[in-house]
Design a protein around this ligand. Structure first.
Ligand SMILES: [Zn+2]
Length: 157
């Protein structure tokens, strides 16, 4: 169990009296604690938002920007996709915060994982290996239909 990054802790006391706690941070992705073969995070995680108290709840309002590294579905090479969470809103009852702070890593992790595409293709959907794969896939038992619009090496002979 690693120590919680102090930037990820929002203390209720700091927000008393209607104070806003600005959240403008670049966090190392370690806190996500994701080490999977098919999904890694190496870029910083950018937060923009704020925390404040409303009635008996701690309100966290934050936009998240980072990049996830996933394998391309065509060539299988790892590449980075943009992850953007626009204005995540989380309400946490203060009564439940026994230690006096709220650790935002859980809500960030959950929001980021929801935005990771399950299928992704490199070069914004134009994987260079796509043509090879499509040629290979369309080859077996397609009959002569392929020939109509295809390559006619002997047409001019
Ligand atoms: Zn690819």
């Amino acid at each position: 169990m690693t120590e919680i990054d102090p930037y990820l802790k929002i203390y209720v006391e700091q927000l008393r009296g209607g104070k806003n706690w600005p959240l403008h941070l670049d966090l190392e992705p370690d806190f996500l604690d994701i080490c999977e073969k098919e999904l890694t995070f190496v870029d910083p995680i950018r937060l923009d938002g704020q925390a404040y108290l409303a009635h008996e709840e701690l309100v966290v309002q934050v936009s998240i920007k980072t990049k996830a590294q996933v394998p391309c579905r065509i060539c299988n090479e790892p590449f980075k996709v943009n992850i953007v969470v626009d204005k995540l809103m989380h309400l946490e009852p203060i009564a439940g915060l026994k230690r006096g702070f709220f650790d935002i890593s859980g809500i960030l992790r959950e929001a980021i994982l929801l935005e990771v595409p399950s299928i992704a293709e490199c070069h914004s959907g134009h994987c260079p290996a796509r043509r090879d794969v499509e040629r290979y896939l369309s080859k077996p038992s397609q009959g002569n239909d392929d020939e109509i619009e295809g390559y006619h090496p002997f047409r001019d002979l």
